[in-house]
Structures are given as C-alpha cells and as structure tokens.
Design a protein around this ligand. Structure first.
Ligand code: GDD
Ligand code: MG
Length: 363
C-alpha cells in the first residue's frame, strides 16, 4: 500500500524556530517527527511513501534518502505550494493504479493502527475515510457531523468557536479511493478540506473512523511540548545517550531524554517531560522543565527553561529565563539576565539583550 505524506507548506507558529529544518524533522522525544510517522506506516502495512515537498525540500531529501524503515521513499516536488489537495493530483500517476491509498498531514503524530483504518474503509465502501479524534476545542481543526453508520454528513474546516458540528475532528489521516483524484482540480493549489471533503460528504461517499490513542498536531508550541511529553512517557524513565556527562550532583527527572555528547553541570535539574538533543551544553544550577532543546544549544549557568523550545546552536547566557510557550530560534543569543516569557518567538540568529514579557515575534 502507498501513502502520500504532505510535508510542505509554511503556516505554523513554530516557523521562527528554524530556517533550515522543516517541522517534520523537529525532534519529538529526541527523534524527528517524521521518523515516528514512517515507522508507524511501515508497521501498518505501507511499503511506499510519497513525500510531497516544497519548502526546505532538500533538508528532507538529505535526511531520509531513498529508503527508511523498509519503506521506499519517492519525492514529489512542488514548484509552488499546492495546498493539501494539489499534491495528491500531482502524484496521480503514482497513486492512480491500484487500490486505496493513505494521505497524511506530515505535522501530526499518532499511534493510529492503519490496518484497522483501511479495513474500516473497505468495509464501508465509501470513496474516502477520514480518521477522527475527539478534542476539547475543535476550532483549529476540521470538525464533522457523523451519522450512526459512520457516514460524514457535514465537514466544516476551522469552525468558529461554538459553531462546530461536534468535537470529533479530522486527524489529517485519510484513506482515499483513486477515484477521489478526479475530484481535485489540476494545476493549482487545492484545499482538500474546503473543496473536496464537503463535496464527498454531500454525495454520501465520505466516512469517518473514530480512533483513540495518541494524536496531536504539533503546529503550536503547547501541543508540540505535550506531544514530546507523551512520547517520552511512552519511552518511560530517563534515557542518556553515549558520551554524555551528567554531574553527580545534577538530577534528571523522568520522563526525559538526553542525547549523545551532552554535558550537564553541577546542581542542575532536568525534567520532567524534557528532551535534550545531542551536543547540548548545560551549565551549573540550571532548571529545565517541560521543554525541548535542539542539538548544539548552550545553556549558561543558573538559567531556567520552562515550557519552552530552544533551537539548534542557540545560546542562552547566564541567569536567563525562557518560559511559557516561548521559542528561541537557531543560533539566537539571549544575553545575561534576560527573561523571555508569554509565547515570545525569537527568530534565528537574533541577539536579545533586553527582557520581553509580552507575546511578540522578534525578527
Ligand atoms: N506538500 C505540501 N504542499 N504540503 C502542504 C502544503 C502545500 O502546499 N500546505 C500544507 N501542507 C501540509 C502541512 O505541512 C501539514 O503537514 C498539512 O499539509 C496540513 O497543513 P496545516 O497548515 O498544518 O493545516 P492545519 O493544521 O491548519 O489543518 C489541517 O490539519 C488538521 C489536523 O491537524 C486540516 O487538515 C484540518 O482539517 C485538520 O483537522
Ligand atoms: Mg497542522
């Protein structure tokens, strides 16, 4: 079975983190998001993945190459972003012949059982089946109205608060019959959610499969951090990579993962729900909690990082505080004594010398 993974597009609050690393390669529990996805696809009976790429395509090609986890990987490159539907049309030659195929949003992480989803799709005999998860606030997603048979009567993309037909949302995981390709216009950007699903729903050919378990779209810092914490909890305990030196007076609280070649200084406390990538240097007396630190970052003495994401090779000097959903971009430098809080995003390579205490993006 084939799967097309949507790995392009720009719109994400996490974008300021990196100019070189697409979000599908952001680490979740110290492993790129895409690895989790590909592993689960491989276990779910998929043999070939078509990766629909545009923005930062080369980084993906370089990282994955032609095969991974026993999957053949084919790259479908868009000159211009084609949205969520256009890439399916573009890959029509690869998808047309044969049975149903999977389509996935590349920015979601889940432990869904693809075999069950495909089995449900075949049993219902519709043209498309959407995997659905229950969420507290459906307004950031596509929400559906289901009938007793599992048929989707209505599909509403990004419903206004209070106007969603239910709390069951599109997981960004679909099984499509090749006939669905005919519903997608050619040569332009197409939104499957706005242009294809509502039509299929009207025709009674769209089904919804309610899945349970782990599912998250990592598009905003809070969810990215939560996904990281949940996967760390699945790995259980504390992992420490090769050649890492954690001072005997430092503590690592589970669940946490520390990569290879990491140094942690005296009296620092790391965790819970924290992943520290390879070659990160952490000084003495630091506190790092519920956070993700990308490779090569330097964290100076007495600095604290809570509910935050620190990009590759970024430097936090001494007595720095980074908190509350803030992002520090790759190679950025936060000077001694600065506090960054309330969802602030610092773009790559910036130097910040004064505290920022209200939500804003520093370009
Ligand atoms: N190749 C390619 N080209 N991929 C794209 C493009 C593009 O032009 N535009 C977006 N993508 C990819 C994104 O990288 C992401 O993996 C996926 O398509 C969905 O785009 P998002 O921008 O993340 O959409 P969303 O999160 O607001 O909403 C979508 O996902 C929700 C679930 O997470 C919708 O499908 C919702 O209905 C759904 O509930
Ligand atoms: Mg998304």
């Amino acid at each position: 079975m084939k799967a097309l993974v949507l790995a392009g597009g720009f719109g994400t609050r996490l974008r300021p983190l990196s100019c070189t690393r697409p979000k599908m390669l952001f680490p979740v529990a110290n492993q790129p998001l895409l690895d989790w996805t590909l592993k689960n696809l491989s276990e779910g009976g998929v043999d070939t993945v078509i990766l629909a790429v545009n923005y930062m395509a080369e980084a993906l090609v370089r990282y994955l190459g032609p095969t991974k986890f026993d999957l053949g990987i084919i790259y479908s490159r868009e000159e211009r972003p084609l949205g969520t539907g256009g890439p399916i049309k573009k890959a029509a030659d690869l998808l047309q012949n044969g049975g149903p195929f999977l389509v996935l949003n590349g920015d979601v992480i889940s432990d869904i059982d693809y075999r069950r989803l495909v089995e449900f799709h075949r049993r219902k005999g519709g043209l498309a089946t959407i995997a659905l998860f229950q969420v507290p606030d459906p307004s950031r997603y596509g929400a559906v109205e289901l009938d007793g048979e599992g048929r989707i009567l209505r599909f509403v993309e990004k419903p206004e608060p209070g106007r969603a037909p239910s709390n069951l949302v599109n997981a960004g995981i679909y099984v499509l019959d090749p006939k669905v390709i005919d519903y997608i216009p050619e040569g332009r950007s197409v939104s499957t959610e706005n242009e294809v699903f509502p039509v299929l729903a009207k025709e009674g050919a769209l089904y919804g499969y309610e899945a349970r378990g782990l599912w998250m779209d990592i598009g905003v810092p809070e969810d990215y951090l939560r996904a990281n914490g949940l996967l760390l909890a699945k790995l259980d305990g504390v992992q420490v990579g090769e050649k890492s030196k954690v001072d005997s007076s430092a503590e690592v609280l589970p669940p946490s993962s520390i990569g290879a070649g990491v140094e942690v200084g005296a009296n620092s406390v790391i965790g819970p729900n924290t992943s520290i990538a390879d070659h990160v240097h952490i000084g003495r007396g630091c506190r790092i909690e519920n956070s993700i630190i990308f490779p090569g970052a330097t964290i100076g003495d007495y600095t604290s990082v809570r509910n935050a994401i620190i990009g590759e090779n970024a430097t936090l000097e001494r007595w720095v505080k980074v908190e509350s959903g803030s992002l520090i971009g790759d190679y950025a430098v936060i000077a001694d004594g600065v506090t960054i809080t309330q969802g602030v995003s610092i773009c790559p390579s910036k130097r910040v010398e004064e505290s920022i205490l209200e939500p804003r993006q520093v370009m």
